[in-house]
Design a protein around this ligand. Structure first.
Ligand code: ZN
Ligand code: ZN
Length: 448
């Protein structure tokens, strides 16, 4: 008779629990997928998640930061591990052809009706949190500490994490010692990508109004033309990246919207710009935003603008910086659980997330020390589709596959769902597990 290692026992126990509940989680996932909702409108979604967690015996609180759901499983002494999922969908018309594809619509902020789709897989992330909750509840004799489950609204507009923190997330439910989150991506289903340190970009979407003094197109001397000022602004903004940002840094400044006027013979009163800024360093990011404001103000002054320009931040998030030692700990646990062959090194992404607010004392507004976090990526492309895609590396193949936010994107296959549930469970057990050969982190190890 062979004796299995404690790690193998735990791995088998997680697998058996996932086998027993996968159908149920798939049913929840399909329901969520079929009824997507816009940011901060996730009423049915959050109710379904809250109901599923209550069914597992968790303490559940609804309505945190709007539609956020917080749930705790207290299981003796030890650290608190937070697992985070998101719930919101996108205004996209689903083209996947699935039998449970969304046909939903909603009224957007501007009053227009928009189609809805879970094109970023947030339905998958929340389903994985519920699945991991089930695993952790069933395996409670294998761990000690507190499991905190947070399903947030409005990730796509970078609003939900801050809304939950502003609603007293940590004051009301306790402050976690480590935070774990994940996102699906076009990589082989069943694989997991990790990246330590700088992983995703800070992002600001800034609206600018430039004021002129409108009039007849034939009499420019009696007007202040905001179109000419705006044109100078757009050109001058290019000097931020080329002349102000050190060449070794990656920064993007894109003017994605430029609007003024109605027809050729009218000089308009104002011009509107929308600017997208991305970078990987929060301090440098601030400097770039300040530089944009400086240039806009100076061009308005140069162009005799009668009124100061106006700036409005449409949405904003900070850079995602994975704690290197927490990444190492979680990666080791994932290696033991899935096997090293299932892990890959994730390249840094230009995309952005509001997840890092949960870990940043300053930007998250909760004070004290930052909280270490790990955000990893789970492959969502079925094996046959992956094999067909040209290229060798993950980044080469990714270019030939549907990406999140595409109307054809569908990450919700059984392998990915299962991987996401197991990755969250194994990640939580890396901190909470006892008797599995790992030293559980005492509160003293993580508290300043
Ligand atoms: Zn998205
Ligand atoms: Zn997303």
């Amino acid at each position: 008779m062979t004796t299995q290692s404690p790690t193998q026992d735990l791995k088998d126990a997680i697998g058996a629990r996932v086998d027993a509940t996968l159908e149920e989680i798939q049913a929840l996932y399909r329901q969520l997928h079929q009824t997507p909702e816009l940011p901060f409108q996730e009423h049915r979604t959050s109710e379904r998640i809250a109901g599923a967690l209550e069914g597992l015996g968790f303490e559940v609180t609804r309505g945190v930061g709007g539609t956020g759901v917080v749930s705790l499983l207290r299981n003796g002494e030890g650290p608190t591990v937070m697992l985070r999922g998101d719930m919101d969908a996108l205004p996209i018309k689903e083209q996947t052809g699935l039998d449970f594809a969304s046909r939903e619509t909603a009224i957007a902020e501007d009053g227009n009706e928009v189609p809805l789709m879970h094109a970023c897989g947030h339905d998958l992330h929340s389903s994985c949190v519920v699945g991991a909750a089930g695993v952790m509840a069933a395996l409670r004799e294998h761990w000690s500490g507190t499991l905190m489950l947070v399903c947030q609204p409005a990730e796509e507009i970078f609003g939900g994490a801050r809304a939950m923190l502003d609603d007293g997330l940590y004051e009301r439910f306790g402050r976690p010692d480590v935070i774990l989150g994940q996102h699906n991506m076009p990589a082989l289903a069943g694989t997991i990508g990790h990246i330590a340190g700088s992983a995703m970009a800070a992002c600001t979407n800034l609206a600018v109004t430039i004021h002129g003094a409108g009039g007849h197109g034939s009499m420019p001397a009696q007007t202040v033309d905001p179109v000419v000022i705006a044109a100078h602004v757009v050109t001058r903004l290019q000097t931020i990246v080329s002349r102000e940002v050190p060449p070794e840094e990656t920064v993007v400044v894109t003017v994605g919207k430029l609007h003024a006027g109605t027809q050729a013979n009218i000089i308009p009163h104002s011009a509107e710009l929308e600017i997208n800024i991305r970078s990987f360093d929060n301090t440098l990011h601030r400097q770039v935003v300040v530089a944009i404001e400086r240039i806009v103000r100076a061009e308005c002054e140069a162009g005799r603008s009668p009124k100061s320009p106006e700036f409005r931040v449409l949405s904003e998030t900070i850079a995602l910086h994975n704690d290197p030692s927490a990444v190492e700990q979680v990666r080791r646990a994932h290696g033991e659980h899935f096997g090293e062959a299932s892990l890959y090194d994730m390249p840094r992404l230009n995309g952005s997330e509001d997840f890092p607010f949960f870990g940043s004392a300053e930007a998250g507004g909760f004070g004290g020390e930052d909280i270490p976090y790990v955000y990893w990526f789970i492959g969502a492309t079925p094996a046959e589709r992956w094999a067909e895609a040209p290229g060798e590396s993950v980044s080469q193949k990714m270019r030939h596959l549907e990406m999140p936010h595409s109307p054809y994107y569908f990450p919700g296959n059984a392998v990915t769902l299962r991987t996401g549930i197991e990755a969250m469970s194994a990640g939580a057990l890396a901190y909470l597990g006892v008797g599995n050969g790992r030293k559980p982190l005492s509160t003293q190890d993580t508290m300043p």
